[in-house]
Design a binder for this molecule. Sequence first.
Ligand code: G1P
Length: 319
Amino acid sequence: MSSPHSTARERAHAYKVVIPAAGLGTRFLPATKAIPKELLPIVDTPALQYIVEEAVDAGLKQVLVIVGRGKEAIIDHFDHAPELEAALEKKGDSDRLKSVQRSAELADVHYIRQGEPRGLGHAVNCAAPYVGQEVFAVMLGDDLIDARDDLLGPMLEVQQAFGGCVVALMEVPHDQVSMYGCAAVEAVQAPAISAPRSIGDVVRITDLVEKPTPEDAPSNLAIIGRYVLSPEIFDALDRTPPGRGGEVQLTDAMKLLASEGHPIHGVVFTGRRYDTGDRGDYLRAVVRLAAEREDLGPSFVEWLGEFLHEFQTERSVSS
Ligand code: G1P
């Protein structure tokens, strides 16, 4: 039991986190024919490892990954690799040995298989037996949150203050709302949270629309892939018919809860988020994170500057 004086981080140990990773990754074919999309490297670390590290940084160490057919490499990544570790040890390559062991020791990772890809809502509902009657977090792998900018921790604090569900929102340009779940919100007195600079307003959500047209969007506040959910979501998911794309949408289940007066709040994130969901965004995330790395960054940025200069010069000569 946590004492009333325990910190948010200490209390966070009680929360489980669910990471859906059963999607087909079609936007990255043919790379994702045999490799799970979640393991595509951002520089030298699989995208999914960034997500698990973010959970661990917020104090959440009980992780459930929802996998599907062909995702066995994810299980291997978060497990020990005795032969590889022995080979690195023999060579005395302790840095690489540590990096290999890190993903196996990072968190307590469990798996459930989603038999058919029937949508994000269906994937989250597969976690019901693991989660039980507890508040839990959901993290989507296409959204990377910069490790310097807190999001999950403040979301847990808002959930403790208001109960119900809490989603992360971010302002996006109006012409991009159709890529996201979108929220209708009203102002609310923000609770006293240990607000880091990466958090803007805390709002009450009155309605949600999954991937609206810009004309139908209730605002330009988009759901980014972090949720803190109360267990009522499972009953709501059971009652949610397939929606957009013929899939059971998590957004629709939260909309149902909101319509029934269940508290749903939004935390507006103002920090650094990297979208890795499509190829262009993925490339931008890789370049940005490589540029910021202490080990690779300085020489990479120098090369990048030269490359861009040469590239533009060649272009202007040939046009
Ligand atoms: C999912 C959610 C959507 C949310 C988005 C964030 O969509 O359904 O509400 O805005 O993640 O990345 P997806 O990107 O999986 O289509």
